[in-house]
Ligand binder design. Structure first.
Ligand code: FE
Length: 207
């Protein structure tokens, strides 16, 4: 059925942030875009498994920081490969700006941010689609916005060529999202990447 077709859509990359009381949190998404100019509204689709999702649902506020080509992999490991349920993702992280709505925008490895108020919510099953009206926005740098494709070619660490087989000739499965490698002849169907939490379907057998 040509699943590769869906990978030919271009996607940006964003740090989606929320605040609930004293709790600050954020996650990496590739599903934000402007949908109307007047009023200035964006759409954001968020996987329900993200703690940020629940915070936005409860508070009706979100901020989107647009990741640029100058972002380093650490930004992705910090906001993408751990859960805000277990850690404070902003701990020891000072590249932030407080928006007028009281949210934290990320100011390093990003080229702009918007702060927005949710006006419509649509349940999509695995995800919730938020339509939000922009209340504040600012340009931060002239660096080009990073695409999902750019992340894969230029930000994610490239695995070493020799890793297709270990010394004992075992098969290696590599996570297409973060590069994590699983060693074993078969990858369990219910396997979840320990780094980025993506499912087995996002792993590929390394040739
Ligand atoms: Fe992964």
């Amino acid at each position: 059925m040509g699943l590769g077709v869906m990978q030919r859509f271009s996607y940006g990359l964003f740090v989606l942030t929320a605040r609930e009381g004293e709790k600050e949190n954020g996650c990496i998404i590739n599903t934000a875009m402007q949908v109307t100019a007047n009023p200035n509204c964006i759409s954001v689709a968020v996987n329900k498994q993200n703690y940020t999702h629940d915070m936005i649902l409860r508070t009706g506020r979100l901020a989107v920081s647009i990741i640029s080509e100058e972002a380093d992999f650490a930004l992705f490991t910090r906001f993408g490969f751990q859960s805000g349920r277990e850690v404070n993702k902003f701990e020891g992280f000072s590249d932030v700006k407080r928006t007028a709505d009281g949210l934290l925008a990320v100011t390093a490895g990003t080229n702009a941010y918007v702060s927005a108020k949710v006006v419509t919510t649509q349940d999509l099953g695995t995800h919730t689609l938020f339509i939000a009206e922009v209340t504040e926005m600012e340009e931060l740098s002239d660096a080009p916005s990073a695409t999902y494709a750019f992340y894969h070619t230029s930000i994610k660490p490239q695995p070493e060529k020799k890793s297709s087989q270990t010394e004992t000739k075992q098969t290696v499965w590599r996570c297409k999202i973060c590069g994590y490698e699983y060693v074993g002849d078969t990858l369990p169907e219910d396997y979840i990447c320990p780094l980025c939490k993506h499912p087995a379907s996002d792993f590929e057998k390394v040739e």
